[in-house]
Each structure stands twice: as structure tokens, then as C-alpha cells.
Design a binder for this molecule. Structure first.
Ligand code: S3P
Length: 433
């Protein structure tokens, strides 16, 4: 499997336009497919995870054309127009595809099986099965993990569901099933998780939704196709934000990145650590706030990351761990037990890699402590996790010698342009087959 060697580098300079947001891209494909009429999506992330969602809907009879890079024309089939796929739907590495599709498929009148790769087959699915079964759905799994079997429900009924963990995937699965249910379906959360589904459902149902409004849908309606532009992915931006922050003299601009407040924990945390960053040209695209991010290199300090920011930066902890390793003092992360059930156990894997590179770090059940210091050269494994691979590629830039990251293939699931864009900004990456 492909390895990346990341060598110590000078400052990062320049601007790059990041690929489209992964969460928004999945939702655009899903809602476009079950809407009535055509939808044009521009700026779609063309990475393996989103392409798995596209392939799943094509297998269920939806016509999806790609007239240009990042552009899709979807001929929506309406809520009940999907066809039984000829074989199980393989969703690869994508937890978002698996959980959101389970919500949609719970409302169909055909049987379907959802499968995934080794990593996805280890991820917990009872969190979506439980509320969907409460609604009347027939979703089963042998051990709470994929594969999932979904058979037609007699009837789905709206529920009022309080989520035990902050999870946008669970919230979205329940809301999507709610489109097929009688009455109102409402999801309550103790801490806000990303709200892309709520925003996009409002666009496709010609209704309004504002942050702070309840996450709810009323069944029995329909969605209407629409056109939308996907902003750049702040979770991909995070790698260049941290790389620029830790490399003195850096100056990087990232235009038109999604800055939905349920995703900007990375900006708040880096600002608390002393990063020199700002957002300009605030605008909106398809109901999502966007802006241009600018960052300069600066001295970072260790902080206690406030627990309330954890769901707002949930995908950014691998690279935040690298920022912490380069900061002065100790950084503590708590209330982040969810990191253990991502594409890898990100607490265990990040601590193992940091320790290998000479950084003092300690794993806790719900977080980690990282003592800033000098990063040594060496070799680490991504454990099949795209964000872990990219985080250690960033670490190499500030290391005393080259860092080899094994098992980098999964970067293709979310950010295929990562190495090219990183090199264009000044990171020194080379690939080894
Ligand atoms: C996502 C939600 C988050 C996030 C994932 C994408 C989404 O997962 O980690 O990468 O698109 O809804 P959880 O819902 O498990 O927190």
C-alpha cells in the first residue's frame, strides 16, 4: 500500500481552492436522488466516499450524469421511486453513506443489504438501528455492525428522539426516515452536531430553517429538485491551517470554505492556541455560510480544549493533535470518546504515532494529553484512516527528519488532491508505492 514520506519543510505560502465539503456532498446526492425533478450539484467532492453514495443511487435506478468535474445532474425519482438494487450496496469506507442511507432505505418497499470495507464493518450501527426500529423500521445486523439488512416496514411512525451521543449521522438518518413516516419526527441533541441535513432539507422542501430551530420533519410531503453549490471542506482545510500555523513565516489563503458554525470548532481551537487566522468575504452557498480563510505561522500554546467545542471539531482531532505536539505546554482533550469509533480508534492511533515520533502523549478513555516538544523523524501507520495519514504528513513538515506514513491509500476517501495541493503550498511530500 502507498506510503508518503513527509520531509521537514520551510514556510507554507500561497492559496489553494479546496475540494467540496464531504458531508454536504453526500447530502446533496441523497436529497437530489429522492427529490422530484432535476438537481444540479456544483463543487461536489469527487472522492471515494461520496462516489460510493453516487454508485448506490445509480444501482437503485437514479440517473446521475457528470457533465464536468465536480458537477452532477441528478434526475430525482421522488421519495418512493427508487428500485431494488441487484446486489448489496457496498459503501466502502463511508460511515456517513451507511448511516444516512439506512434512514432513506428504512422507508422503501424493497429489501436491501448495506456492506462496507473492513474499517466500516467494525463501526457501531446500533446508534441508527435503535431509533429507526422505534419508528417501525426493519433494520438488522448480527453484531451491531455492518452488514445491515433492511426489509420493508409495515409503516413508519414519527418519533421524538433524544440522541445519547452528539451525532449528525444519527440525527440525519432519523430525519430522512421521518420523510417516510406518519406525523412529525423530531431529534433532540444535548450538544449541537453539524446541521447540514436540516439546512438542505429546507432548500429541497422550499421551507425555512434557521440555526437554533428544532431538527424536525413532517412526513407525507415531497422534495423538489434544486441547484446547489458545495463550499470547500473545512475538514480538509484543517490540514493546511495547522501546517501553516506550525511553520514559521507561513501565509496561506483558502478561498470559499464552508464555515457553518457547527463545523468551525477548528478555527476556535486554533485561535485559542494563539494562531493568527481570520475569515473574510463572508457569503452563503446553498444555505451554508462560506468564507475565505487566511492564516499565518505563529507560536502556538497548549490549552485545555473546551468540551463544548468537541462536536464542532470532531473530525479535526488527528491534525489538532499535531498542532498540540508543536505547541508550548500541554494540551488536554476530554469528552471526545467518539474518536474511538471513527475510521480508526483515533485516540489510540494518534497517541501511538506521536509517541513513536518522540512526543509525550497519553491516551485516556475520552481523550488525550499531549505535551508539546520536538517531533523526531520516523515511521508511523495510518491504520487505514485518511485523517490520521494526512495529520502525520503535516507533522513531518515540523519534524527533525523525514516522517514515513504507511498505508496512505485511504486519503482517496476524502481528499484525493491532498498531496498535490500540499506540495503546491510548500510541503515536501513524496510517494512510495
Ligand atoms: C458526519 C458526521 C460526523 C463526522 C463524519 C461526518 C456527517 O460523524 O465525524 O465524518 O456527515 O454527518 P458522527 O455523526 O458520528 O459524529
Amino acid at each position: 500500500m502507498r506510503s508518503i514520506i513527509s520531509s521537514p519543510s520551510g514556510p507554507l505560502l500561497g492559496a489553494v481552492r479546496l475540494p467540496g465539503d464531504k458531508s454536504i456532498s453526500h447530502r446533496a446526492v441523497i436529497l437530489g436522488a429522492i427529490a422530484e425533478g432535476g438537481s444540479r450539484i456544483t463543487g461536489l467532492l469527487e472522492a471515494e466516499d461520496v462516489l460510493a453514495t453516487v454508485a448506490a443511487f445509480r444501482a437503485m435506478g437514479v440517473t446521475i450524469d457528470r457533465p464536468a468535474t465536480g458537477q452532477l445532474l441528478i434526475q430525482g425519482m421522488g421519495l418512493r421511486g427508487l428500485h431494488a438494487p441487484p446486489k448489496p450496496l457496498d459503501l466502502g469506507n463511508s460511515g456517513t453513506a451507511m448511516r444516512l442511507l439506512t434512514g432513506v432505505l428504512a422507508g422503501q418497499d424493497f429489501c436491501v443489504e448495506l456492506t462496507g470495507d473492513v474499517s466500516l464493518s467494525r463501526r457501531p450501527m446500533e446508534r441508527v438501528i435503535t431509533p429507526l426500529v422505534q419508528m417501525g423500521a426493519n433494520v438488522t445486523s448480527c453484531d451491531g455492525c455492518p452488514p445491515l439488512q433492511i426489509t420493508p416496514a409495515r409503516e413508519l411512525t414519527g418519533i421524538n428522539y433524544r440522541m445519547p451521543v452528539a451525532s449528525a449521522q444519527v440525527k440525519s438518518a432519523v430525519l430522512l426516515a421521518g420523510l417516510y413516516a406518519s406525523g412529525v419526527t423530531e431529534v433532540l441533541e444535548d450538544a449541537p452536531s453539524r446541521d447540514h441535513t436540516e439546512r438542505m432539507l429546507a432548500g429541497f422542501s422550499k421551507s425555512t430553517w434557521a440555526p437554533g430551530d428544532r431538527a424536525r420533519v413532517t412526513g407525507g410531503g415531497h422534495l423538489t429538485g434544486c441547484n446547489l453549490i458545495v463550499p470547500g471542506d473545512i475538514s480538509s482545510a484543517a490540514f493546511f491551517l495547522v501546517a501553516a500555523a506550525i511553520l514559521p513565516g507561513s501565509e496561506v489563503s483558502l478561498p470559499e470554505v464552508g464555515v457553518n458554525p457547527t463545523r468551525t470548532g477548528i478555527l476556535s481551537i486554533l485561535a485559542m492556541m494563539g494562531a493568527d487566522l481570520n475569515t473574510a468575504n463572508a457569503g452563503k452557498a446553498a444555505g451554508e455560510p462560506k468564507g475565505d480563510l487566511h492564516i499565518r505561522g505563529s507560536d502556538l500554546r497548549g490549552i485545555d480544549i473546551p468540551e463544548r467545542l468537541v462536536p464542532l471539531a470532531i473530525d479535526e482531532f488527528p491534525v489538532l493533535a499535531i498542532a498540540a505536539a508543536c505547541a508550548d505546554g500541554v494540551t488536554t482533550i476530554r469528552g471526545a470518546g467518539e474518536l474511538r469509533v471513527k475510521e480508526s480508534d483515533r485516540i489510540a492511533v494518534m497517541v501511538e504515532g506521536l509517541v513513536r515520533l518522540g512526543i509525550k502523549a497519553r491516551a485516556l478513555p475520552d481523550g488525550m494529553d499531549i505535551v508539546g516538544g520536538r517531533i523526531n523523524g520516523g515511521a508511523v501507520d495510518s491504520f487505514g484512516d485518511h485523517r490520521v495519514a494526512m495529520a502525520f504528513a503535516v507533522a513531518g513538515a515540523r519534524a527533525r527528519g523525514p516522517v514515513t506514513i504507511h498505508n496512505c491509500e485511504p486519503i482517496l476517501t476524502s481528499f484525493p488532491q491532498f498531496a498535490d495541493q500540499a506540495v503546491s503550498l510548500g510541503l515536501r511530500l513524496s510517494e512510495r508505492p
